[in-house]
Ligand binder design. Structure first.
Ligand code: C2E
Ligand code: MG
Ligand code: MG
Ligand code: MG
Length: 285
């Protein structure tokens, strides 16, 4: 248990502290069990190519289906996993599952590009690029179909190691993307050094694009900046036709958000492909 010192230097038991630590410990225990019991699932959220509507790109987003508590969103366990270091195990699970699914679709004749999220902590793991490459080979998945999304602040703690790992990941042939662009504190000099191919504008700037002039200035200049650096641009959090249309006028490449589709299971994604007005016309290979 946890004890705290009182003024006399004698340790006294602190029940509040104890229960918080107990809760954290049980969450970690449950999270470990979740991976072993296969309680994590990936949902997939498609993007829409604003220029021609062609090609299918999805982002894999993890969910925890808890036997008692039901559906747990990533924000309720990913930050915790990041703090405890358990994120490494979760990331390997996510990577393996996303690559396996991508390879399955590929074998079914569907060229679906799959993006997955990795955390800052993962980038400091020197073995990651080798493990990633091995997973691609094991599942027979083309590297060009996989994108790794990283937040800009992921390189801040240890830029040298993070950047060298990014280079090694990129060398496998996958794509790299900067997630939630605009929310971090990093300077453009880091972004410029990152070997990325895409920038995703955070939804906080996109949601009110048509009603807040300040947001439009940010989105417009970010699209220009990204294009000048040779990057593709995705706008997150597109919920209305107005915003979609404006993004098209601003030259944005992809739109992602509830207007196109919420994140859905792999089988529901296949339904979406055959029924949504936003789905590309897929040609069987
Ligand atoms: P993210 O990578 O920026 O993912 C986008 C989040 O915004 C998703 O939330 C998605 O459901 C939500 N979203 C998409 N379109 C809209 C929209 O039109 N309106 C609104 N209000 N929200 C929208 P989700 O799935 O809850 O994930 C939250 C965050 O958790 C992700 O943000 C990502 O940072 C993290 N995350 C999710 N899966 C993973 C994972 O497998 N590994 C890691 N390391 N982080 C993950
Ligand atoms: Mg993401
Ligand atoms: Mg994002
Ligand atoms: Mg986000």
């Amino acid at each position: 248990y946890h004890a705290k010192r009182n003024n006399s230097g004698v340790e006294v038991y602190d029940p509040a502290h104890h229960s918080r630590n107990a809760a954290r410990l049980s969450l970690l225990t449950e999270l470990r069990a979740a991976v072993e019991r296969d309680e994590l699932v990936l949902y997939y959220q498609p993007k829409f190519a604003l220029r021609d509507g062609l090609g299918l790109h999805v982002e894999a987003l993890v969910r925890w289906v808890h036997p008692l508590r039901g559906f747990i969103p990533p924000m309720d366990f990913i930050p915790f996993a990041e703090q405890t270091g358990y994120i490494k195990t979760i990331t390997l699970w996510v990577m393996n599952s996303a690559i396996r699914q991508c390879a399955l679709w590929q074998r079914a004749g569907l060229d679906i590009h799959v993006a997955l999220n990795i955390s800052a902590r993962d980038l400091l793991q020197p073995e990651l690029p080798v493990i990633f490459r091995r997973m691609l080979d094991e599942h027979g998945c083309a590297a060009r179909l996989i994108t790794l999304e990283i937040t800009e602040s992921a390189v801040l703690d240890d830029p040298r190691h993070a950047l060298s790992n990014l280079e090694r990941l990129r060398a496998t042939g996958c794509m790299l993307s900067i997630d939630d662009y605009g929310t971090g504190y990093s300077s453009l000099s880091y972004v410029r050094q990152m070997p990325v191919q895409e920038m995703k504008i955070d939804r906080s700037f996109v949601m009110n694009l048509c009603s807040r002039p300040g947001d439009e200035i940010i989105v417009r200049s970010t699209i220009e900046l990204a294009h000048d650096m040779g990057l593709m641009v995705t706008a997150e959090g597109v919920e209305t036709e107005d915003v979609l249309q404006r993004l098209g006028q601003l030259g944005c490449d992809f739109a992602q958000g509830y207007l196109i589709s919420k994140p859905v299971s792999a089988s529901d994604l296949e339904l979406w492909m055959s029924s949504s007005r936003w789905a590309p016309v897929l040609m069987k290979a």
